[in-house]
Design a binder for this molecule. Structure first.
Ligand SMILES: C[S@@+](CC[C@H](N)C(=O)[O-])C[C@H]1O[C@@H](n2cnc3c(N)ncnc32)[C@H](O)[C@@H]1O
Length: 206
């Protein structure tokens, strides 16, 4: 396992690390995302290399590594990455962990077949969408696939993650990606897919 530090002049909000410190992480289910599991099970993902944006405590990065992907994963909260490293050690898999800003991913001298984001993009787009898209462009090549799980503006319940309309997703991604599948889903709760309403969006880089 290796860990790289990204440039220190980042726009990462320190609240994220504080939330991991306080255990205020309602998104952190510690079970692989059911949506990620579904797309893999349905054979929708080609390729063997994966990059995760805002990986948190690493459950999904480790899950992908266990399924044979060579995985690189970045998060801005050092404490989350520390926990992710511990998980990978316990599960005996190798993941390249990076502490840094998803809006400033440096040139890694390689691109990835698959990019996954559960709950990072919908926060970061409110702060630095251009930086996020620039990073996304640099870690992908024509034909790369990208699965992004976001909040959904059609939610009627209180609370939950930032919400998007379909038109916002299209405006953000369609210049660089084609949308292959866009469907409502519910984020995982411990008991099942009964959390906040989201969008599951699978795209291919043009
Ligand atoms: C809602 S959590 C989701 C975490 C993880 N994907 C999961 O499903 O458990 C959002 C994550 O994005 C990370 N994050 C927020 N802004 C970031 C940034 N600019 N660069 C890197 N990570 C960021 C936070 O530290 C946090 O781990």
């Amino acid at each position: 396992m290796s860990q790289s530090e990204l440039p220190s002049s980042t726009g990462i909000d320190p609240k994220w690390n504080r939330r991991y410190e306080a255990g205020d992480t309602p998104w952190d289910m510690r079970i692989p995302s059911r949506e990620l599991t579904r797309v893999l099970k349905e054979g929708l993902i080609r390729g063997r290399t994966a990059f995760e944006m805002g990986c948190g405590t690493g459950t999904n990065a480790v899950f992908l590594a266990e399924r044979g992907f060579a995985v690189t994963a970045v998060d801005g909260a050092p404490l989350a990455i520390e926990q992710a490293q511990q998980l990978a050690t316990r599960k005996n898999v190798s993941v390249e962990w990076m502490i840094g800003d998803v809006c400033q991913v440096p040139d890694l001298r390689r691109t990835f077949d698959f990019v996954f984001d559960r709950g990072c993009y919908h926060c970061v787009r409110l702060v630095n969408l251009a930086g996020y898209l620039d990073s996304l462009g640099r870690v992908t090549h024509a034909g790369s696939q990208y699965l992004v799980l976001t909040g959904n503006a059609n939610e009627t319940r209180e609370g939950g993650p930032p919400r998007l309309h379909e038109r916002e997703l299209r405006a953000d991604f369609e210049p660089l990606f084609q949308i292959d599948d866009l469907r409502p889903f519910r984020f995982d709760d411990p008991d099942g897919p009964t959390g906040p309403l989201g969008w599951s969006c699978l795209l291919t880089r043009l």
